[in-house]
Write a protein that binds this ligand. Structure first.
Ligand SMILES: [Zn+2]
Length: 86
């Protein structure tokens, strides 16, 4: 990598590809993930979105379920539903 970073072409729709190495460092999915894009003093920054519950998007009391973020309330509901037997 050059000292000033990777040089990337902006396509006709204004899109720029985030280098794979950076996506890996940020731990964002290859497809379907979301990032936060900001612009300050002429510099555009791309940040990882704060983790939210995959069901209700809450940021409170997050844990993981099958490697996905889930809040305590949704986890309890999930456990309650899966614990029921007919
Ligand atoms: Zn939730």
């Amino acid at each position: 990598m050059a000292k000033q970073g990777y040089i990337r072409e902006i396509d006709k729709l204004g899109r720029v590809v985030i280098p794979k190495q950076f996506r890996k460092q940020m731990n964002v999915p290859e497809e379907g993930g979301e990032v936060v894009v900001t612009c300050k003093n002429g510099t555009v920054s791309i940040s990882k979105l704060a983790e939210t519950c995959i069901f209700c998007r809450s940021r409170k009391k997050l844990t993981e379920f099958k490697e996905r973020p889930i809040c305590a309330q949704c986890l309890a509901e999930l456990k309650g539903e899966t614990g029921e037997q007919d």
